[in-house]
Design a protein around this ligand. Structure first.
Ligand SMILES: O=c1ccn([C@@H]2O[C@H](COP(=O)(O)OP(=O)(O)O[C@H]3O[C@H](CO)[C@@H](O)[C@H](O)[C@H]3O)[C@@H](O)[C@H]2O)c(=O)[nH]1
Ligand SMILES: [Mn+2]
Length: 675
């Protein structure tokens, strides 16, 4: 590539093939950081192979051959144990590159965290950062210089005479630019040490690091990727170097990688690890399985601080270096012969199941766990255990059928239906208050009779065969107004009848099947029919007792009257009274607040109460407010209501009976009526 006169370039130096990985990583790190400056590298052609030069050309814009300048008096190099730096004087060739306006020189053992393009704008002829070993000196790993032949010849003259206190370029340059150098921030040439770090300063300034320089003879590619020093900061910086390397060369099977890996410790060996096959087997089973090993070093996590920087330009996805394995299919045609013995499994690998559950509470991690307020929410008691079956549920219909007093039902029934045994029909758990009022019963009976004959026709109604038992049952049930169809109306459902257990052969069998429960009489001593009778009797007595005691808001009907619950009147009709209405008791009054207004009719605006003798005494609203005790309530009887008009069972569009025998006239009757 032709060099533009007066260009700015980043430049590096390669004296031999061994520093190739460093030179490539440096170039990539600058490119990845997005610089648009050109990259140049000085090489000594007699010590750098063509193969390496080719690789340099893939990344560097200019590969510039220069003459090697050796130190003929290398004694001082041994003082710092770096005889390898015998040709470090070659670096002074930088001042000879006058085709460039400014050079930012960077050693091949540097990785850029960012491209320090601003250095090209420095007005100074020469700038460098302090050396960590002796901070009055500058380190020659990073320099900003303006090439000129004046400095070049001066430096060359010194070099030829071996004037350098360390025997290498740093001693020489520090002597030449001693008083004229512009000191750069340490962040442009951070030189980590595995043994010593000014860690607080590193933590404080790490976000402003521009370039990290791995000084000394132990370069990252020389140590290999598995090498760790134990120093967190140093390993972190080493990790940044490997991140760039991995980004460009790991798992890339191209020529560049093949060349580079030669100079990186452990890379080629790791690429070609093969299973160790016993010698006996390797003869018969010659094909070796090639595997790319899983490598534990994960430099990606250390390559980029997401909290501080945006992702590096051109960086690969997070799992780009995810370990993967490649296996080659065996092409051997020989039969596999199993080895005499396989290696025994490791003996120290086992998991001990803890004997007891860990009692220790997990240590809190988050602040809200530590400062958690005490819970205030109260939970309901756990649901009670399934109640023990009551007496009623113990006596199942199946057991009832075993009783000699109850006839088993001949037709199929829904298994859950208690059956048609007389005991059950008389055992009514729920009923209406008016069920036992004969007038109502009569009315409903008549109504149902009328409806049946109206809907099904008289012929059907009369021709229906009814057994005496059924007729009895219907008459008993006729007063129950319910949605559930009567036995006659119910179709015979095609259900599988519940299996009826046959009588037990002996008591011993029962005892075997059902172990006796404490406090519960033995099955054999239990007469379900008798118990049901008892239960029904008890309930009847209880209901009677309840009926005798008028509850608040209730209206006593007779001595054993039933309760009529108080109901709120429909909205707007609270004050309305039937003209025939006579208040019977203060307890039936609506609890609505009363107004002081006395206008209107007495029956509406006044509250009537009953005195001791049963007479009506008007009580004004103001008097009502006084907390005088109400007179004791006498037992009141009211005249039976006249049941005229439609009742609860009335349906729209249906005429209602006005007489006790609502059945339609028979055909003969009609004939008589029509004539
Ligand atoms: O075998 C070698 C040795 C050196 N170099 C080049 O020369 C530079 C300097 O050598 P290096 O190993 O990096 O030296 P440092 O360990 O950094 O030692 C210090 O001392 C050197 C000699 O004074 C200076 O050049 C360095 O800038 C300074 O940091 C390297 O970066 C390379 O660019 C090679 O290419 N091949
Ligand atoms: Mn260096």
């Amino acid at each position: 590539m032709a060099i533009t006169k007066g260009e700015d370039v980043y430049a590096s130096l390669l004296l031999n093939d061994g520093y190739l990985p460093g030179a490539l990583v440096l170039a990539h790190s600058l490119r990845d950081s997005g610089t648009n400056k050109k990259l140049a590298i000085l090489i000594t052609p007699e010590t750098v192979s063509n193969e390496v030069v080719e690789q340099l050309q893939t990344v560097y814009d200019y590969v510039i051959p220069v003459e090697t300048i050796q130190n003929d008096r290398p004694a001082n190099l041994f003082l710092m144990n770096r005889p390898d730096l015998h040709s470090a004087f070659t670096k002074i060739n930088l001042w000879k590159q006058t085709q460039f306006r400014k050079i930012v020189y960077i050693d091949a053992d540097v990785v850029a965290y960012r491209a320090p393009d601003e250095l090209f704008d420095l007005p100074h002829a020469f700038s460098a950062a302090p050396d960590i070993g002796w901070p009055d000196l500058f380190n020659t790993g990073v320099m900003v210089l303006a090439p000129n032949m004046g400095d070049y010849y001066a430096l060359l003259a010194m070099a030829e005479r071996g004037i350098s206190f360390d025997g290498a370029d740093q001693g020489l340059l520090n002597m030449h630019f001693r008083n004229t150098y512009n000191r750069l921030s340490f962040t442009y040439n951070v030189t980590p040490s595995a043994h010593y770090q000014y860690i607080p300063a590193y933590k404080h300034f790490q976000s402003s690091i521009n370039l990290v320089h791995f000084i000394g003879s132990e370069k990252p590619w020389v140590q290999g990727r598995t090498h760790t020093t134990g120093s967190g900061t140093y390993d972190e910086m080493i990790g940044r170097w490997w991140a760039v390397y991995d980004r460009h060369y790991r798992n890339n099977s191209n020529k560049t990688t093949d060349v580079v890996e030669k100079f990186v410790k452990g890379e080629q060996q790791q690429r070609n690890v093969s299973f160790q096959i016993p010698p006996s087997q390797s003869q018969s089973h010659s094909t070796q399985n090639q595997i790319t090993p899983y490598n534990t070093y994960n430099s990606y996590g250390q390559s980029w601080d997401a909290a501080r920087n945006s992702p590096p330009a051109g960086s690969k996805p997070e799992a780009a270096n995810f370990p993967n394995s490649h296996y080659k299919m065996s092409s051997s045609t020989q039969q596999f012969v199993a080895p005499a013995r396989y290696p025994s499994p490791p003996k120290d690998m086992w998991y001990k199941v803890p004997e007891a559950a860990p009692t220790q509470k997990t240590a809190p991690i988050f602040p809200w766990e530590k400062q958690a307020p005490a819970p205030t929410r109260v939970f309901a008691e756990p649901p009670p255990e399934q109640r023990k079956p009551s007496v009623a549920s113990i006596v199942t219909p199946a057991s009832a059928t075993r009783s000699p007093t109850i006839e088993p039902k001949s037709e199929a029934v829904t298994p859950t239906t208690p059956g048609s045994a007389n005991t059950w029909t008389s055992f009514t758990t729920r009923g209406n208050a008016w069920d036992d009022v004969p007038e109502i019963n009569r009315y409903v009976d008549a109504l149902q009779k009328h409806r049946r004959s109206g809907s099904k026709g008289s012929a059907a109604a009369t021709s229906r065969p009814t057994s005496p038992g059924r007729a009895q049952s219907r008459s008993r049930r006729s007063s129950r107004v319910t949605d559930f169809p009567t036995e006659d109306d119910r179709p015979s459902l095609p259900v599988t009848p519940a299996p009826i257990q046959g009588p037990r052969s002996s008591r011993g069998e029962n005892a075997r099947q059902f172990p006796a429960a404490a406090g519960v009489p033995a099955q054999s001593e239990w007469d379900p029919a008798a118990q049901l009778e008892k239960l029904a009797l008890h309930q009847q007595e209880t209901l009677q007792k309840l009926g005798e005691r008028p509850a608040f808001g209730g209206l006593a009907i007779g001595t054993a009257g039933k309760e009529i619950p108080a109901r709120a009147l429909p909205f707007g009709s609270e004050d309305a009274r039937s003209p025939t209405y006579v208040a019977q008791s203060p307890s039936v009054l609506s609890p609505k607040p009363l107004r002081a207004s006395t206008t209107g009719t007495n029956s509406v605006r006044r509250i009537l109460t009953i005195d001791e003798e049963g007479g009506n005494v008007p009580l004004t609203t103001t008097e009502k407010k006084t907390p005088s005790p109400l007179p004791t309530q006498p037992s009141i009887t009211i005249a039976p209501p006249s049941y005229q008009g439609p009742g609860a069972a009335f349906e729209k569009g249906e005429d209602f009976p006005t007489h006790e025998t609502p059945a339609l006239p028979t055909e003969e009757e009609r004939d008589v009526l029509e004539t």
